[in-house]
Design a protein around this ligand. Structure first.
Ligand code: ADP
Ligand code: MG
Length: 244
């Protein structure tokens, strides 16, 4: 049985005069892979950031597993451990080895002993094909390798949902596929995922649902077969034509 894990109700956010989220209402079900597409500036990142409160929304509500996202720090810490996020820029800690990047949060936040954290990290690094690079530093890795480590690092907190904000947009083209392959495997394993991406092949193959953002609103939301076969309007058709 799927259930609504993240629920957004009339979420609004403005930066000064500019209303960036204009009343977003939607639900993300457990086990569902949602791909969000839409023009630059349409509010995609702001929505993901609002879900983990990197960007507090002005009104409306966001709940994770039935609990309101707010400034309550104890709740927020728990929610952030349940929702992993991977950014366009990998944001690894440059002065730490791959292994330490992956074990940091479990050791600091979960108080996992180092030996156990290392063991768990090696399992995750294997899963993303990076087990042979555990003792390297980020600067010794390609962009694709760094992004795979960033995914392993997010998984180390055993999140229930993974948010991806254009995870392949900063990569050289030859590295895009290795990151998408890791994401595809995660989806296959049943992970709940919300993915902002321009990779239309990934959306077609992996998504349960494709959502089109337009100027702070969800303009369309449909299963990929329907979404791509029959674009709901000219703006969507034009967008798919440009990126896909
Ligand atoms: P997308 O991810 O779809 O490209 P964003 O959510 O990043 O869009 O941004 C939506 C709009 O909000 C853009 O016009 C952007 O310039 C603006 N914006 C985003 N973050 C900030 C911020 N911290 N301060 C001011 N404006 C912002
Ligand atoms: Mg963005």
């Amino acid at each position: 049985m799927s259930k609504a894990y993240i629920v957004c109700r009339d979420v609004r956010k403005r930066f000064g005069e500019h209303e960036v989220l204009k009343g977003v209402s939607t639900e993300f079900q457990t086990g569902q892979v949602t791909v969000i597409i839409g023009a630059s500036g349409s509010g995609k990142s702001t929505l993901l950031r609002a879900i983990i409160r990197l960007e507090p929304h002005d009104s409306g509500s966001i709940t994770i597993d039935g609990v309101e996202v707010s400034d309550d720090q104890r709740t927020l810490q728990k929610q952030r451990s349940e929702v992993g996020m991977v950014f366009q820029q990998f944001n690894l800690f440059g002065h730490m080895s791959v292994l330490d990047n992956v074990t940091l949060a479990p050791r600091r936040i979960r108080r996992t002993p180092r030996t156990a954290a290392n063991e768990q990290a090696m399992v995750l690094l294997k899963r993303v094909g990076m087990q042979d690079h555990a003792h390297k530093y980020p600067w010794q890795l390609s962009g694709g390798q760094q992004q795979r480590v960033a995914i392993a690092r997010a998984l180390a907190m055993q999140p229930k949902v993974m948010l991806f904000d254009e995870p392949t947009s900063a990569l050289d083209p030859e590295m895009v596929q290795e990151v998408l392959d890791v994401m595809r495997e995660l989806a296959r394993g049943g992970m709940t995922m919300i993915v902002v991406t321009h990779e239309m092949g990934f959306a077609r193959e992996v998504a349960d649902r494709v959502m089109f953002f337009d100027q702070g609103c969800i303009a369309h939301d449909a299963p990929p077969a329907e979404f791509f076969a029959n674009p709901a309007n000219e703006r969507i058709r034009a967008f798919i034509g440009r990126v896909g």
